[in-house]
Design a protein around this ligand. Structure first.
Ligand SMILES: NC(=O)c1ccc[n+]([C@@H]2O[C@H](COP(=O)([O-])OP(=O)(O)OC[C@H]3O[C@@H](n4cnc5c(N)ncnc54)[C@H](O)[C@@H]3O)[C@@H](O)[C@H]2O)c1
Ligand SMILES: CCCCCCCC=O
Length: 514
């Protein structure tokens, strides 16, 4: 008997094979329906997230659905351009051919979402999958019970439910899905499960995107505007109660500014979330008691400088800052994913860079400094999925930037056109004419030194000649082809040696130019 998951995959595959996901009009219609869903079901979406994560209605729009709408609007506007053949640079050998990249759908994509921004991280890959002409099986995180239910119940009324089925469930359902054959798996979540996803996908040689997390460092330079830096860091850290993949995980700064940093963060916490964040509608809750316990245990061996209050029954943890934190303390052993902000002191930017480079490559890296040299130095001497200077989180909302990790923080990237390209096969196409056979002589056996000379010339020279130059070259190639055809099998004639000498001269000239 087929499982529910198998049936969903088979249904999506069958629908994909009808070819209806491919026409541009279909993709645009589905994307617009998705946008209509976000607008018409705003209330249900907000209510579910309020129950799951205590996010406010405005917060849900700001951090989740607004970005999705922006991505849909962009895809609808640009899709004709994205799907079109992309002409590429030609070399001398392909100068008279049609050479281009044709993006084509991959097939059926599996999207496995996480709970922390359940709409943003589940629907954003779906936008890419639809835009690229794929079918997609959507598996929201079971941890956000109410949101998963809204997705399962309401989404099929708006978008093609055979092409884009929603399958709910937890670990065993996801594992059953992963046993099926897909054309791409797009997973968002923690690195440990990321490895399991990769292992499962390897069985079918299915390509994957892994949107993972990790400890994203934040270096604050002593010369920067500390009140502004701290306000931005406070926002980046405590939004969604620190349960953000790109939240600044910890601060690195010189000991001389630690107290000022603490003072300014304290002021910002009060300004954003009042004296009593517990009663503030804009301050979230920890997703469940398992995570509550995990986060609270991290405070055990560090000094709490700000906050520290908690309430297990409501999964509340106050915005908390830990000072003089040691490298081997509990809070520095794994991604915090909660409202704790450790401060580690370093002697300066060099020590900060060394520290960052000793850890896994993070998803985001933050630098606060008024000095462009300091910013460029950190960028040049470290690696991370993305890097942002003098702010937090906002690089996520720039569709023109690829969003994704590197190393332990993930592989592959998306947003905007990157989503489209990531979920497309970029097919290399070359269309030749059955003419000009003489030009090919140099690659056919018997191989000779003379043929090699021509092969070197045609393959290694790739000058940017402009239109006139290309036409001249085309004419030369046509002459060479005609001559080669004429003299093939005969001794080298005076004519060919003259052409050859001329080309040799051009060759030298190109070398001088290049
Ligand atoms: N890079 C990003 O865009 C991004 C976005 C959000 C979260 N994250 C990262 O995700 C992590 C938090 O998410 P999470 O992992 O707690 O989310 P989660 O518990 O919701 O798990 C993610 C998905 O994996 C599935 N899953 C869980 N265990 C599984 C197993 N054993 N086998 C197969 N599937 C399984 C779940 O059903 C869920 O759909 C953090 O590390 C965070 O940084 C990354
Ligand atoms: C503008 C900030 C949005 C942050 C969304 C992050 C998604 C990953 O956790």
């Amino acid at each position: 008997r087929m499982s529910r998951e198998q049936k969903a995959v088979e249904c999506a595959r069958k629908a994909f094979l009808t070819g209806r996901s491919k026409p541009l009009e279909h993709r645009i219609r589905q994307l617009k329906n998705l946008q209509r869903f976000l607008l018409e079901r705003e209330k249900e979406i907000a209510e579910a997230i309020k129950k799951d994560l205590n996010k406010s209605e405005a917060g849900t729009q700001l951090y989740e659905t607004l970005g999705l709408e922006g991505e849909i609007v962009l895809a609808v506007k640009k899709l004709a351009e994205w799907v079109a053949p992309r002409p590429v640079e030609k070399n001398l050998l392909t100068i008279s051919d049609t050479v281009y990249i044709q993006p084509e759908p991959l097939g059926v994509v599996l999207i496995i979402g996480a709970w922390n921004y359940p709409w943003a991280v589940t629907i954003q890959p779906l936008i890419g999958a639809i835009a690229a002409g794929n079918a997609a099986v959507v598996k929201p995180s079971e941890v956000c019970v109410h949101t998963a239910k809204v997705m399962e119940d309401l989404l099929p009324a708006y978008i093609d439910k055979e092409l884009y089925p929603v399958v709910t469930g937890g670990v065993s359902e996801t594992q059953e899905l992963l046993r099926q054959r897909f054309d791409h798996v797009f997973y968002t979540g923690n690195s440990m499960v990321g490895k399991l996803v990769m292992e499962a996908a390897a069985k079918h040689l299915t390509p994957i995107t892994l949107e993972l997390g990790g400890k994203s460092p934040c270096y604050i330079d002593k010369n920067c505007d500390i009140p502004i830096a701290c306000r931005r860091v406070t926002w980046g850290k405590y939004s969604n109660c620190g349960q953000t993949c790109i939240a600044p995980d910890y601060i690195l700064c010189e000991p001389s500014i630690q107290d000022r940093v603490l003072e300014e963060i304290k002021k910002s916490i009060k300004a954003f979330y009042t004296e009593d964040p517990k009663t503030c509608p804009d301050y979230g809750r920890i997703i469940n008691q398992r995570h509550f316990k995990r986060i609270m245990a991290m405070t055990e061996d560090s000094t709490i400088a700000i906050g520290g209050d908690s309430d297990e029954s409501t999964c509340y943890i106050a915005p908390t800052v830990l000072k003089d934190v040691q490298v081997n303390s509990k809070v520095m052993q794994e991604e915090i994913f909660g409202p704790l902000l450790p401060i580690l002191t370093v002697s300066g930017v060099d020590e900060a860079i060394n520290f960052i480079n000793k850890g896994e490559k993070p998803l985001a890296l933050y630098i606060f400094s008024p000095d462009d040299k300091v910013i460029k130095k950190v960028i040049a001497e470290t690696s991370s999925g993305g890097v942002l200077a003098n702010d937090c989180l906002v690089h996520y909302s720039v569709s023109a930037l690829p969003f994704g990790g590197v190393g332990n923080s993930g592989m592959g990237s998306y947003h905007g056109k990157f989503s489209f390209d990531n979920l497309s096969h970029l097919r290399g196409c070359l269309i030749k004419q059955l003419k000009m056979e003489g030009v090919n002589d140099m690659r056919y056996p018997p191989h000779t030194a003379k043929k090699l000379f021509w092969a070197r010339f045609f393959i290694l020279k790739n000058p940017d000649l402009g239109w006139l130059g290309r036409m001249t070259l085309l004419a030369i190639i046509a002459v060479v082809a005609a001559v080669v055809l004429q003299v093939r099998g005969k001794e080298e004639t005076f004519l060919i040696s003259t052409v050859r000498k001329r080309l040799q001269w051009r060759c030298i000239l190109f070398e001088v130019e290049l």
